[in-house]
Design a protein around this ligand. Sequence first.
Ligand SMILES: *Cc1c(COP(=O)(O)O)cnc(C)c1O
Length: 373
Amino acid sequence: MSVTSQLATVPFVDLKAQYASIKSEIDAAIEQVLTTTAFVKGRFITAFEEAFADYCEVKFAIGVGNGTDAISLVLKALEIGKDDEVITVAHTFTATVEPIVLAGAHPVFVDVDPITNNLNPALLEAAITSHTKAIMPVHLYGMPADMDIINEIASRYKLPVIEDSAQAAGTRYKGRRCGSLGTISCFSFYPGKNLGAYGDGGAVCTNDFDLAQKIRMLADHGRSDKYLHKLVGVNSRLDGLQAAILNVKLAHLDDWNAARREHAAEYGRKLAGIIDLKVPETPEWAEPIWHLYVIEIPDRTGLQKALKAQQIDSGIHYPIPLHKQPCYPEYQNFSLPVTEYKAATILSLPMFPELTSAQIDQVVEALATFQRG
Ligand SMILES: *Cc1c(COP(=O)(O)O)cnc(C)c1O
């Protein structure tokens, strides 16, 4: 029986379906911004910042231009610069590390844990030197890093912990939200993220009043008043339209994340037992939000081709670890075995809240057929 001809495409994400489900709310919010012309600063930003701080269970959230700027601003606020070292991972999106290098500091890469895909706490202490100025774990794919151990080591060495929470809006670790666990955290509202704007956006979250004030100033030309510039800052603000859109979407985030969790459970059940295919594991202390659903498979190239032939989109996050990127020639000989193994075998399957059971079945069937050869 051939069903190929009847198969509809399974997209990797479906932002149109999501917009359709909240169109009237979004359109009304946009119209409010247009009619009040609160494009930069003002009440839509304040409302979103307050709601997002509550959501993340922190005292302060500061809207910024994007997630990459969030990290840059945090490094600047912590006065991290020339010859300093920041411990992080190479198994992440490039934006985790660009700001470190642009600040004149050096990333020190620690390998990842094979289960969480995140900074392996067992390797952390050995990476600390007299130049270390911060530790930056990433909650990759929406899975929390093992923060208690990381925080314990950081506090012994009096080092700040910066959470790259770009993929983890809503993730819980031992019941607490990612983004509230370290010294300060960075979020991205890139459209494809679990909480996505309709353009670029980001936020910094912290419980530290002084750091919050400093980030707010740095992101707005170092202003302490309209024409009083206490610091040399940048222009990296969340704009009114994005804030209003995000405020509408934030109210749906827990439902969307719950839908992703159901899809992940369904994938897990239906993919169990397929030879040579490893589905993600969740430690008991983790409540991931499944920004990405990532399997491991030896013949990744073959599988991706087979999926494409069945009109199923997939992705690789990320195919080249940062220490092997041409922009960092000084790290080429570095060895990070787990990171390198992951980069060679991972495949991200379609994952978004509006994904249907029929679409999951289509993906599962294609995977099973491929593995049967
Ligand atoms: C998306 C992302 C960023 C950067 O966010 P932008 O808003 O795209 O600048 C940083 N780190 C990680 C892990 C990301 O996934």
